[in-house]
Design a protein around this ligand. Structure first.
Ligand code: NAP
Length: 339
């Protein structure tokens, strides 16, 4: 177990905003949880579970908290047959390194999720997804420590209660420390991607049967074209979520705005493009002090490295109010804002 005190949180968020925390504790094995509970009870401090900081923004000032990270970098094959392979992956493995490993090993299931920042342990929390697939389709089970019962649990896919960018872990923040995640991957050829950006990429290349490697390359290219590099322009990816609204309300809006992108979720609900709503509300490429709305993807806010939390909240409110005024829809923030 590694323990640090008075930790700079700015360095621990891709947005490069934040104050400091009393403790940072790195869990290296199961026994470390005994020591963690001892410190938590002695100091009477709440725990915040952190991954890589790609989806977390801390407020300024001192956080009277214990920040907990997990150190487990193993990728183990647990089962193999002619159809596929089961793997167990440590929580601190970089998500994209795992996707790269699966593609190199000819295993399909994760290739569309290439180039998503963050660590494996964080992927179940918001059921990460992109280009028509999500983690719930390949995740079989995971192992976690429950900070309420102080027990280790093996949690099945069903018990994760996955839905669109949501799970039991998101509904119960800072309760389950995820230690490893298991996946079932297939030894079969991938399907031709259907989302517009990728479909156009392969149409241009006249490639109707792309390989896993070609799909990964295409996703990395498409994402890099639309998303800023956090090491150059601090950002946490999409700052807002794509809203899901009632089909009835969406039909009314489409009558009024015929070019508005909309996608059926189910019989009653429709998903809209948050980026489109923000852009049409006049915020695309707009600068507000140290914060900017990205010029290619209006869902993304970037900082110049000097922004503070208060400024970020002011920009958040301005954009939410602008979209509300124009479309009557309240968009929500995606990253975890920790105060
Ligand atoms: P995009 O492809 O421009 O899509 C914008 C919105 O339209 C998303 O809500 C997307 O749904 C929806 N959409 C587009 N084509 C669709 C289709 N053929 N069928 C159903 N829905 C469709 O989005 P982007 O901002 O460039 O992001 C690329 C992908 O990365 C998207 O899938 C996005 O959701 C994903 N992403 C995920 C996260 C995350 O897991 N937290 C963060 C950032 C981006 P979906 O959202 O269902 O794909």
């Amino acid at each position: 177990m590694k323990i640090e005190q008075n930790v700079d949180l700015k360095k621990m968020s891709f947005m490069r905003i934040g104050g400091s925390a009393r403790y940072l504790i790195e869990i290296e094995n199961d026994d470390d949880f005994h020591k963690l509970i001892e410190i938590k009870e002695k100091e009477n401090l709440p725990i915040y579970i952190l991954g890589e900081g790609s989806n977390t923004i801390f407020s300024d000032g001192i956080h009277k908290k214990i920040i907990v990270k997990v150190q487990n970098n193993e990728i183990i094959k647990t089962y193999e047959n002619s159809h596929g392979v089961n793997i167990k992956v440590g929580s601190s493995v970089s998500w994209d390194k795992l996707v790269e490993w699966t593609v190199k090993n000819g295993l399909s299931g994760l290739e569309l999720l290439s180039a998503i920042p963050g660590l494996v342990g964080a992927c179940p929390v918001q059921n990460i997804g992109a280009y028509g697939t999500e983690i719930s389709e390949t995740l079989t089970n995971l192992r976690a420590f429950d900070l309420v019962s102080n027990e280790f649990y093996e949690i099945t896919n069903k018990d994760c209660q996955f839905s669109y960018r949501n799970s039991i872990f998101k509904e119960n923040p800072n309760r389950f420390v995820i230690l490893d995640v298991s996946f079932r991957l297939r030894k079969e050829k991938p399907k031709l991607p259907t989302y517009k950006d990728l479909a156009l990429y392969f149409l241009t290349q006249k490639n109707k049967k792309p390989s896993l490697r070609e799909i990964r390359k295409a996703v990395i290219y498409v994402r890099s074209e639309k998303l800023p590099d956090p090491s150059k322009e601090p950002n946490c990816g999409s700052f807002f979520k794509n809203p899901i609204i009632s089909k009835h309300r969406a039909d009314e809006l489409v009558q009024k705005f015929p070019d508005m992108p909309n996608f059926i979720v189910n019989e009653f609900e429709t998903k809209l493009s948050g980026g489109w709503l923000i852009e049409k509300s006049g915020f695309k490429d707009k600068k507000f002090g140290n914060i900017k709305v990205h010029n290619k993807n209006s869902l993304v806010l970037t900082s110049n490295g000097k922004a503070n939390f208060k400024e970020l909240l002011e920009v958040r409110d301005k954009i939410i109010q602008g979209v509300e005024k124009n479309f009557g829809i309240t968009i929500e923030v995606e990253p975890d804002l920790v105060t």
